[in-house]
Design a protein around this ligand. Structure first.
Ligand SMILES: [Zn+2]
Length: 343
């Protein structure tokens, strides 16, 4: 069992990016409203839950963050139950499928009927509208298998029965571990601003070369060899050749978005799959690789193809990166101007 889950996780982490059905969809909102729950409140809750369950705070935070991203992707199907905790469960899951009392708040009878509901805050009730009870119910269900990193991943598998969920939670925990904090917001334009490049909105237009899928991303035309930088805090999910994208890198962020950089001429040699990256970090260089066997190059002018996909649990949706690119570019120009004025 352990070997199996480790192998499966590794193959998901290292395997080629085989997107489940990809639909073109507009992103619901460019700047999602800030979630309730200050970061300090969340952090102290995660610390408390870590003590209660034997998990690391980063693992508790990753579980909660994964649920938050699922809610963000499908807010109507997964409404908020508490005030900020991510976990969404049905009354059946909380109280147990065979429990005749779907409003059961007694943790002993819930346990008897196989529900996940638990009392985390010690008020004598397993309350699915209480943040600590929600977090404790999820974390202790996962921690049942043990707290080593293998056992943790098995626990996540047992909870979701979905390898993508296991991979996400593992990536999020890795990001929190690397940086030691919850706040990992920040952005960068994917090539250095102020250099020679051009791009325009091409969402959904037919591809200019090869294939007949619609264009899922933005092409940034630039000279061969211009640095390509991570736009976000994230974890390298895929690196290597794919027949459309050539040498490509896929990076997963804490928002459960997959950032796809294609047609590179090469990768930064120090990068590895599973490694954390920061906004502005060089990950590779603009090139014209792709549309053929590994190594094929020069079938089109050098450019960076940049795409963003959002994981909705079982499948990923592409959305138009153009408005975000404009926003990130503007933010960097502004920051540059400020730092020049300061000097
Ligand atoms: Zn493109």
């Amino acid at each position: 069992m352990k070997k199996w889950i480790a192998a499966a996780t590794a193959s998901v982490l290292l395997g080629s990016y085989a997107a489940a059905t990809v639909y073109a969809a507009p992103e619901p909102s460019l700047e999602p409203a800030k979630e309730a729950g200050a970061l300090e409140v969340r952090r102290s809750a995660y610390d408390r839950l870590a003590l209660m369950t034997g998990l690391e705070w980063e693992q508790v935070a990753a579980l909660d963050q994964y649920e938050r991203t699922l809610r963000k992707a499908r807010p109507k199907a997964r409404p908020k139950l508490g005030s900020w905790a991510g976990l969404y469960v049905t009354p059946d899951q909380w109280s147990g499928y065979l429990n005749p009392d779907k409003e059961d708040r007694n943790s002993t009878s819930i346990l008897f009927f196989g529900g996940i509901g638990k009392d985390g805050n010690g008020d004598g009730k397993a309350d699915p509208t209480n943040d600590i009870d929600l977090l404790y119910s999820q974390a202790s269900a996962v921690a049942k298998m043990g707290s080593s990193s293998d056992d943790f991943l098995i626990g996540v598998w047992e909870f979701y029965h979905n390898m993508r969920a296991v991979q996400r939670v593992n990536q999020f925990a890795q990001l929190y571990r690397t940086h030691g904090r919850l706040n990992l917001e920040g952005s960068a334009f994917p090539v250095p601003v102020g250099t020679h490049y051009s791009y325009r909105s091409t969402w959904g237009t037919a591809r200019g070369w090869g294939g007949h899928r619609t264009h899922e991303g933005t092409d940034i035309f630039a000279d061969h060899g211009l640095p390509v930088r991570s736009t976000c805090y994230g974890v390298v999910e895929n690196m290597g050749w794919n027949s459309y994208g050539g040498w490509r890198i896929g990076i997963r962020d804490l928002d459960n978005r997959y950032h796809y950089y294609a047609h590179l001429s090469g990768f930064d040699k120090s990068l590895r799959s599973g490694q954390a990256v920061t906004p502005g970090q060089t990950i590779g260089w603009v090139g014209s690789s792709g549309y053929g066997k590994p190594g094929t190059s020069g079938k089109f002018p050098p450019h960076l193809h940049y795409g963003i996909y959002r994981d909705r649990g079982m499948l990923e949706w592409a959305f138009d990166p153009y408005p975000l690119l404009r926003q990130w570019e503007k933010a960097e120009f502004k920051a540059r101007k400020k730092s020049k004025q300061a000097k």
